[in-house]
Design a protein around this ligand. Structure first.
Ligand SMILES: C[S@@+](CC[C@H](N)C(=O)[O-])C[C@H]1O[C@@H](n2cnc3c(N)ncnc32)[C@H](O)[C@@H]1O
Length: 259
């Protein structure tokens, strides 16, 4: 698989940090996926593709609900850990290493494509949405959950982009809800649900550790937090609790159906 610069940065970052994304990671809490699934009618045994599966939490939840799940990721170490976690929990899942920009499956192979807290790393979200649309059977759904910033908040968006890029250089860009909608419509999908939920970043130091942020970049993030513009301070509710720096990301849940 030939990788571009953005994909290579992600693969290197997540290969290095793969042991951090299993048990004990905040992403292990999949209440957001359970809530999103209420908006998606699925057959009893749906064929599901979980893109950029990371620790596997989304795919494993779907396997626990009786679905036929393929976990996919750019990083083999993540896939190895995710499939081991699935096996430990008694679930049988398939795995496939590939990029989110190009899927190695035949047209209309899946009822559901999921992608949670990963699309902000992709070098081409447009290709990801197009490939998801190609992969879905008629009536099938794409579920995307990811960090975002409201469309009318360019200053707060620029702040969050700088923070995230310094914390984890494999971050590419958060995508606003309107932009997601446009990409889905251009790919022939109909958005049936789109909503924002605040999601707590409970401890900036834990968050640095998860991404192995360099000391220089940590110092720059702390300075950005100290000097955050009012728009970001208000939108992300930046604050301190028990000596820890906390804020609230905006998380988008979007469901788009192939008519
Ligand atoms: C934060 S983890 C995903 C979390 C996971 N989806 C969950 O629900 O817990 C991000 C994952 O995205 C993967 N990734 C980043 N860029 C990618 C790309 N272009 N194609 C496929 N996977 C990618 C990384 O290897 C990593 O495993």
């Amino acid at each position: 698989m030939e990788l571009n610069e953005i994909q290579r940065a992600s693969q290197e970052q997540f290969a290095r940090q793969s042991d951090r994304y299993g048990r004990g990671h905040v992403l292990q809490n999949v209440d957001d996926v359970r809530t999103a699934l209420k908006h998606i009618p699925l057959p009893a045994r749906a064929k599901v593709l979980d893109i950029a599966t990371g620790g596997g939490h989304t795919g494993i939840l779907l396997a626990s609900l009786g679905h036929d799940v393929t976990l996919s990721d750019l990083t083999q170490a993540m896939l190895d850990r995710a499939s081991a976690l699935a096996r430990e929990q008694g679930f049988d899942v398939k795995t496939q290493q590939h990029s989110a920009e190009e899927f190695p499956f035949a047209n209309e192979s899946f009822d559901l494509v999921t992608c949670r807290v990963a699309a902000h790393h992709f070098s081409s979200p447009v290709n990801f949405v197009r490939e998801s649309a190609r992969m879905l059977q008629r009536g099938g759904a794409l579920l995307v959950i990811d960090g975002t910033v409201e469309d009318d908040q360019p200053e707060a968006e620029a702040w969050s982009h700088r923070v995230e890029k310094l914390r984890d250089p494999s971050h590419n860009r958060f995508i606003t809800p309107c932009h997601w909608r446009r990409m889905c419509e251009s790919a022939g999908l109909r958005v049936t649900h789109s909503g924002l939920t605040p999601f707590k970043q409970p401890d900036l130091n834990w968050y640095f550790e998860t991404a192995a942020t360099t000391p220089e970049n940590r110092a720059q993030v702390l300075e950005l937090v100290r000097t955050a513009p009012g728009s970001a301070r208000t939108l992300f509710r930046i604050g301190e609790e028990d000596g820890k720096i906390v804020w609230w990301w905006q998380r988008l849940t979007l469901v788009a159906v192939k008519p």
